[in-house]
Design a protein around this ligand. Structure first.
Ligand code: AMP
Length: 402
């Protein structure tokens, strides 16, 4: 029996998300989430896709090791245990791969060391990702384990897009440059958009708008990323749920010197208390819509600032690419909020961009066009699937060797 299953793990500092996929037919077998690891109120939710059974566990789960073992027990109850010979590999989401990791990579000690060396540029994410990897390696040391990096898709950016205009010596020494994130999503969605258009990825130029709680845009020329809106960290670029996105860096000096805030306070302000949430107290686009409908001015202004920034990036990436075949919306907001999509391209008819009201209003989990028939540039909605992309890349690398 050949091994065709891939377990995808996404470890946060206190969470573990997982999916088990079968790459024979790219189907999902099971999925779940362990939250609040290390607290008394840990919670596991597990779904077996085949039977539709969903199970929950409440009560303390001390650490990632216990979390993964508990996940293993849940999978075993569905006949999908982690000791199964059908498991080909484990694919790990790793947020920061720096410039070093341009491709998915089979994990060994040298790879772990390099991911560790990147902690200064990803202090929140990489330590949690490493914990997940170490836990899984301890559990199945015999199995190929692959790191799939959020930054990898963006390593094709030319230096003109990847560099900040600061002193080269300082930038090089401290590895200060634009890395970009959400790369797995941008890779998946740009390829799926080419498929939707019935063309090869190398023949199309696409602007991808990944609008979730975190949000980023990318310009993809012929399947390769040439620019993206997130930078050294995920703080740069679009207005997000709780992150400010672009601002004058002098705002930070001002807050430090004039407002007397500490660096940690400013970091927290810009990452956790800004964006839509900072502007109006809500970061969920559904709630913002509801408040706008009731005539709430703060919600309206937050929405307008969000859309203004989005439009600026569409225009910028149009110019970067020269010709554009498709503008595509994805992630929680992009897939669900028709009013955001409509506002983002409103007034851009001169660029060949428009949405058809009826098509845009359709709610669907499928990739679809929302531009009018015969439009010069396609506007599309393509649901992202980062787990499937991680599984695909993992399986492509290790094949049946597991
Ligand atoms: P993500 O980070 O991709 O899971 O996206 C989460 C965000 O998607 C939420 O914070 C909401 O702002 C947004 N979202 C999810 N569902 C909807 C919906 N039906 N309408 C508008 N926004 C939505």
């Amino acid at each position: 029996m050949s091994a065709t299953r891939v377990l995808v793990l996404n470890s946060g500092s206190s969470s573990l998300k997982y999916q088990l996929l079968d790459m024979r037919d790219a189907s999902r077998l099971a999925a779940g989430l362990v939250e609040r690891i290390g607290e008394q109120t840990s919670h596991l939710q597990h779904t077996c896709v085949g039977t539709g059974a969903t199970r929950e566990q409440h009560g303390p789960i001390a650490d990632h090791d216990t979390a993964l073992k508990t996940v293993g027990q849940e999978l075993a109850r569905d006949g999908l245990g982690l000791d199964s010979p059908e498991l080909a590999a484990i694919g790990h989401r790793v947020v920061h791969g720096g410039m070093f990791f341009t491709e998915p990579t089979v994990i060994d000690d040298a790879v772990l060391t390099e991911i560790e060396r990147l902690i200064p540029v990803a202090p929140l994410h990489n330590p949690a990702n490493l914990t997940g990897i170490r836990t899984a390696v301890a559990l199945r040391p015999d199995l190929p384990q692959v790191a799939v990096f959020d930054t990898a898709f963006h390593t094709t950016m030319p230096e003109s897009a990847a560099r900040y205009a600061i002193e080269t010596k300082v930038a090089d020494r401290f590895r200060v440059r634009r890395y970009g994130f959400h790369g797995t999503s941008h890779a998946y969605v740009s390829r799926a958009t080419a498929e939707l258009l019935g063309r090869a990825p190398q023949d199309v130029n696409v602007i991808v708008l990944h609008l979730g709680n975190g949000a980023s845009a990318s310009a993809v020329r012929g399947g390769r990323c040439v620019d993206t809106s997130m930078g050294l960290t995920p703080l740069e670029g679009l207005v997000m749920g709780t992150r400010s996105g672009d601002l004058d860096p002098a705002v930070i000096f001002h807050l430090r010197r004039v407002a007397g805030m500490s660096m940690d306070e400013i970091d927290n302000l810009l990452n956790k208390k800004s964006g839509l949430f900072g502007l109006c107290g809500d970061n969920d686009m559904r709630e913002i819509r509801r408040r706008m409908d009731e005539g709430d001015d703060a919600a309206r202004l937050a929405f307008e600032i969000y859309v203004h920034r989005l439009k600026k990036y569409i225009g910028a990436y149009y110019a970067v690419l020269g010709t554009v075949d498709a503008v595509v919306f994805t992630a929680g907001v992009g897939e669900n909020a028709a009013f955001v999509r409509e506002a983002a391209v409103a007034g851009l008819e001169g660029l060949g961009l428009a949405v058809d009201g009826e098509r845009n209003a359709v709610r669907s989990g499928e990739a679809r066009l929302i531009s009018p028939e015969g439009a010069r540039v396609a506007v599309a909605v393509v649901p992202t699937d980062e787990e499937m992309e991680i599984a695909r890349q993992t399986y492509a690398l290790v094949g049946n060797s597991g």
